[in-house]
Design a protein around this ligand. Sequence first.
Ligand SMILES: [Zn+2]
Length: 368
Amino acid sequence: MAIDVNELCLKANINSLRQLGIDDLDGENICDKPVSSLTEFEKINLNNIINVHTKVADLFGVSVPELFPEAIDVDILETTMGGLYSYAGGESITLGVYPETNYNMDLGVYTHELGHVLSGGGNPKLPSSFADLDDSILFTEMFADMLSLSLFDKIIIPVEGQESCIDRTRYITRGQTYNMPQEYFLSDFSMARVAQCCQSYTIEKSSKVIKNLCEEFAKMGEFTVKLTTPFDPHTVVRKSVDEHQIGIPLLSFMNELSVVTKLGMNNIFKLGFKHDIPKSESFTCSGTLEDKILETKVVEINTVRSFMEDLKASLLFADQLSFDLLFSKYAIEKGLEFGDLETQGYVIRKANIECLKTSECQVACLKN
Ligand SMILES: [Zn+2]
């Protein structure tokens, strides 16, 4: 609960909002000022934040104060990179905005960052599955993007009537599947797409902020990507996978599912992120030393695979058929296999086998 803040910040459940200039990183806390003394643009941003927090709280069926165990801090920072320079901490969001735009927030990007605060926050009022899922690189960015899509149908909201190029970094259409080439899922792909957009003729017609962004990109080097290798979850080098790109087919799948079932993304979201989701994957982990089993533990967790199974089970029968058709159209199994490989490491950590601490025992976890 926010304390000693003005009524708009109280309503948003934030402790602070600072609008920081490119050369001024010591902005005052707008929440400390009475609402009557706020500028028009400060009020617009506070009302935007209230609006997003209210809509997100509604998706989870909680109130705004219940959305965060602790009120959060928000910094809006002018940067040539705009929304691309945004990040979230445990209880804070830093949102990049283009300079000289009156701190105009991209609400899609803000909502994405809010998604990180929520899935990583350990809030008992939010879905219990977050505790496990937030550890998965298949999940974290996908979830944050899904939250934006549920509210705005877009992740990065382009400035109306303008080529912005940065919306190319995450663009969800129908038909983005795990049958796409491997390079699509690796770092550099989205950068290459922005770079390509920056070189296109449309950029000539763009505003100064976009030209500045493109100049910044040009300074970062060349990004070219050749799409040649089929995606293989078992051989792809995990370190080179882009956490944002790897979840895109899941989002594309859910986008089409939301259309064919007429549920809309917000209802798909509500079905997928209920408060209590049974832990539906179970593993037996053993610690062995010189062929002797020293310790055995059963670990039950939520995974992206169990999330998808639970989502399907929450649908009406006819919609489950659509789910199955789209599941194969989008080659979702390949994505889940990628997730399974990662789950192994997580399960071993979660098993917390004692003999690992004192000896050189070997730990292996098998799915039950
Ligand atoms: Zn993110």
